[in-house]
Design a protein around this ligand. Structure first.
Ligand code: SAM
Ligand code: DTB
Ligand code: SF4
Length: 328
């Protein structure tokens, strides 16, 4: 969708927007399911980049220390626990500028992915910048989706990050698409951007070809010590709901993931987000470095609403499943 159309959609009376989003949602998603995804920070802190919202940048004095890449067996334990708890997607994040083929750490990541992908969940990684070769190898190892957010509009991006460009983000996304992985791409609300910035971000995302398989909508979790730690007004709940609704309309087949920031949202607020088209959440007490609602509370909310956690995949129906793995 183009900016003008997104803007007209966004500016409708609130109930008209919700009605439109709900109709699009029901056309493409018939099952009243919410996907539960578990996040794990496999390499925390010490990142060279200066993203001004991030607890893991080495440039800011936050409470997060730099750690080494986790051991494969520990990651596997966490992935198994996530599957036991009902997650159908396991997302591994690393605080790196990017990964490079031929390095020891990239080989370690490939080994980790090979192990985790045998568990039958969707395997998502978010490791920073990728070239064509790295993307191909991750796909071969069993990554089904790669998360790389554009975070805000092209115009606002330089206000938020100076160590890489918006174009760098798009290049990585292109490599992910070329390698045949699904793209998970969304952004953050609350970086000091205006509504037009948010809609320009959605314009870029909705014009990807193919459209992304998932769109995470994060609401800024202010991190003390970062440039955005205390300076920015929280985003109005109605603006968040409107953005979820417009994302649902603009990218109808994507999972719209209500991501960071749920800890600060009431149950009623989250419910309106589900109604507007959100159909995936991060599940488990921790995101990467910050807290998330307790699992029991999330399950209780879904139950109250008559929503079901997405059922586990069988061997054959997991997206991105290779014929070789499916036959095991
Ligand atoms: N280093 C990789 C990258 O930059 O793509 C992966 C990790 S990064 C933490 C993944 C995404 O988490 C960011 O693009 C941003 O959308 C989101 N994020 C990070 N810190 C956040 C915060 N404090 N509040 C909300 N979202 C945040
Ligand atoms: C995404 O869009 N949000 C997740 C995931 N992709 C990697 C990360 C949220 C991080 C929130 C801040 C933190 O825990 O450090
Ligand atoms: Fe944080 Fe990722 Fe930016 Fe590094 S590249 S500072 S981990 S958001």
């Amino acid at each position: 969708m183009q900016f003008e159309q997104l803007k007209r959609t966004y500016e409708q009376p609130f109930f008209d927007l919700l009605k439109q989003a709900r109709a699009v949602h029901e056309e493409h998603w018939t099952d009243n399911e919410v996907q539960l995804c578990t996040l794990l920070s496999i390499k925390t802190g010490g990142c060279s980049e200066d993203c001004s919202y991030c607890a893991q940048s080495a440039r800011y004095n936050t409470e997060v220390d730099s750690e080494r890449l986790m051991e494969r067996c520990d990651i596997l334990e966490r992935a198994k626990a996530a599957r036991e708890n009902g997650s159908t997607r396991f997302c591994m994040g690393a605080a790196w500028k990017g990964v490079r083929d031929g390095t020891k750490r990239f080989d370690e990541v490939l080994e980790i992915v090979r192990s985790v992908s045998k568990l039958g969940m969707e395997v998502c990684t978010t490791l920073g910048e990728l070239g064509a070769e790295e993307a191909k190898k991750l796909k071969e190892a069993g990554v089904t989706a790669y998360n790389h957010n554009i975070d805000t509009s092209p115009e606002h991006y330089p206000e938020i990050v100076s160590t890489h460009s918006f174009e760098d983000r798009l290049n990585t996304i292109r490599h992910v698409q070329d390698a045949g992985m699904s793209v998970c791409c969304g952004g953050i609300l609350g970086l000091g951007e205006n509504t037009d910035d948010r809609l320009r971000m959605l314009e870029v995302i909705s014009n990807f070809n193919p459209q992304p398989e998932s769109v995470p909508i994060n609401s800024l979790v202010p991190i003390p010590g970062t440039p955005l730690g205390d300076s920015v007004e929280p985003v109005d709940n109605f603006e968040i709901i409107r953005m979820i609704a417009v994302a649902r309309i603009a990218v109808p087949k994507a999972k719209v993931r209500l991501s960071a920031g749920r800890n600060a949202m009431s149950e009623e607020m989250q419910t309106l987000c589900f109604f507007a088209g959100a159909n995936s959440i991060f599940y488990g007490d921790k995101l990467l470095t910050t807290t998330n609602p307790q699992s029991e509370a999330d399950l209780a909310l879904l139950e109250k609403l008559g929503l079901a956690p997405q059922a586990p995949y069988t061997n054959q129906d997991r997206p991105g499943q290779s014929a070789e793995l499916a036959s095991h």
